[in-house]
Design a protein around this ligand. Structure first.
Ligand code: UDP
Ligand code: MN
Length: 273
């Protein structure tokens, strides 16, 4: 028999999975997550929102965290949520922090398997950039020097090892993530890249299996769907950008997450057999 080396023994319980959401999206976006992939990581997944929602608190078994951040789509509000996600992870004994948006589908077993190739005691920033070249900004502090760095798109999801997160603490913990974001005046995922790549000089490892709706979902071939870590969906005018998969009627399963879930996990109770 062939023995594959799995030196880091990553298990589901080594992960801290955060999902960024907002009160306006609870009813629209959370039910499908709760029905599908959340079921495979109920104890490890936490929703970071901006209100107290009794119904969803009950449905998630107490896994809604009110960040008390503003519910506006402002840079500061989004950095505020990321800051609380980061601080909450630091207080756990988990080895990996993986962030997703509330329009992501997360292929949980694939994520666990994937992280098994990496040592959480080393510095890892794993995700997928959405631009073809590193971002270039002008550093206003230091005589207008150019600063170049990559960042992982938040809408595709990304993971940080515990070792890296601990090194980030002086610039990212206890609300410092917000002040760093304010300084460079860029969104939360960009701020993350700035802290890790520019301030700490640790490179982003590009992982193609993370997907945001900035990519056309229909081009992910059916035979590689099961190898992917995350998916997303969006609606642009009348056109839906969704995973191309057979299954439930599009009227009933518009974003295709139910059909995708049944394709990946056909034994699920609600899937046709
Ligand atoms: N979001 C938020 N507050 C807002 C708007 C959005 O926390 O005021 C979250 C939302 O729940 C999602 C992420 O930010 O997890 C991205 O939002 P959305 O998908 O609407 O926009 P995108 O940036 O992908 O176009
Ligand atoms: Mn989105």
């Amino acid at each position: 028999t062939q023995v594959t080396m799995r030196p880091f023994m990553t298990e589901l319980n080594d992960m801290f999975i955060s999902v960024k959401t907002t009160k306006h999206f609870h009813k629209e976006r959370l039910p499908i997550i709760l029905k599908t992939w959340f079921q495979l990581a109920k104890d490890q997944t936490w929703f970071f929102t901006d209100t107290n929602d009794y119904d969803f608190q009950k449905m998630t078994n107490g896994h809604m965290i009110n960040t008390n951040c503003s519910s506006s789509h402002s840079r500061k509000a989004l950095c505020c949520k990321m800051s609380v996600e980061f601080d909450t992870f630091i207080e756990t004994d988990k080895k990996w922090f993986c962030h997703f948006d509330d329009d992501n589908y997360v292929n949980i077993p694939r994520l666990v398997d994937f992280l098994g190739d990496y040592n959480p005691r080393e510095d890892w920033y794993l995700g997928k950039p959405s631009i073809q070249a590193p971002l270039e900004i002008i550093n206003k502090d230091k005589s207008s020097q150019k600063v170049k760095f990559w960042f992982a798109t938040g809408g595709a999801g990304f993971c940080l090892s515990k070792a890296l997160a601990l090194k980030m603490m002086p610039v990212a913990s206890g609300g410092k993530f917000i002040s760093t974001g304010e300084k460079i005046r860029l969104p939360d995922d960009v701020t993350m890249g700035y802290i890790i790549e520019h301030l700490l000089k640790k490179p982003l490892t590009v992982v193609d299996q993370f997907h945001s709706h900035l990519e056309p979902m229909k081009f992910i071939r059916r035979d590689i769907l099961k190898d992917q870590i995350s998916f997303s969906y969006s609606k642009n005018k009348e056109e839906w950008n969704v995973v191309k998969i057979e299954g439930f009627d599009t009227k009933y399963d518009t974003n295709r997450f139910l059909s995708l879930h049944c394709f990946l996990f056909p034994e699920t109770r609600f899937c046709p057999r």
